[in-house]
Design a protein around this ligand. Structure first.
Ligand SMILES: Nc1ncnc2c1ncn2[C@@H]1O[C@H](COP(=O)(O)OP(=O)(O)OP(=O)(O)O)[C@@H](O)[C@H]1O
Ligand SMILES: [Mg+2]
Length: 211
């Protein structure tokens, strides 16, 4: 899938926090959005991932505007995965059940848990595993329907360095197999793993680095 943002501006009340963003992203790459706190990363990620409508400008998905896509629920379910800083797993369900809740095809769950190295933990509740393991379960939930693109906002904000690098490795591996990742992060180390680094400053794209 190709996502194109053109002239995107965003205001919260009267405060302009995105000041004209033009970017084009293709699924199959690992894109990092970095920048200081308040630079607009979450706002941009929310707009690109269909969660927030920009105040001005357009975002197209394979050439189509959101309102031209038909059912937005179905578009999200089949094309997009989400990962957040605080995983948002349901604590009353096991890791496997959390993934099953989202799965269109439950036969994929066990192979995916294995790929993520948490196959032995599928029967545990989220408060019975470590933060890194929990985040891997949340990543499994985001990947289960093989979306074109996974959007993640500070997915490693809650993890130590070792677990954070493990998550970037996973993103890199799945990206090489065709899933796109767009990841907003404070962590500059993400730049060692991403294919494209979009650097935000005060609501604009300051620089785009490609590796
Ligand atoms: N819901 C909101 N209402 C009003 N202002 C907001 C809202 N969300 C964000 N802002 C403001 O918009 C600006 C950009 O915020 P955003 O969350 O996009 O930044 P960020 O780069 O993700 O920051 P962080 O690294 O701290 O997560 C900030 O000045 C912030 O205070
Ligand atoms: Mg943010």
């Amino acid at each position: 899938m190709k996502i194109e943002a053109f002239g995107v501006e965003h205001f919260y009340a009267h405060e302009k926090v995105l000041n004209g963003v033009d970017i084009e992203i293709l699924s199959g790459s690992f894109i990092a959005i970095i920048g200081e706190s308040g630079s607009g990363k979450t706002t941009l990620l929310s707009i690109l991932s269909t969660l927030l409508q920009p105040s001005l400008g357009t975002v197209r998905y394979d050439g189509k505007l959101l309102q031209e896509l038909g059912s937005i629920d179905r578009f999200r379910r089949t094309n997009i995965g989400f990962v957040f800083q605080f995983h948002y797993l349901i604590s009353y369900l096991t890791l496997r059940e959390n993934v099953a809740l989202a799965a269109l095809d439950t036969t994929r769950i066990d192979p995916l848990l294995s790929e993520l190295g948490i196959e032995k933990l599928g029967g545990r509740y989220s408060d019975e595993v470590s933060g890194g393991e929990r985040q891997r379960a949340a990543i499994a939930r985001a990947l289960i329907n093989r979306p074109s693109v996974v959007f993640a906002d500070e997915p490693t904000g809650n993890l130590d360095t070792k677990n954070a690098l493990g998550v970037y490795e996973l993103f890199k591996r799945f990206a090489s197999e065709g899933t796109g990742f767009v990841v907003a992060s404070h962590d500059k180390k993400i730049a060692d793993y991403a294919d494209i680094i979009i650097e935000m400053e005060d609501g604009i794209v300051k620089q785009i680095h490609k590796r």
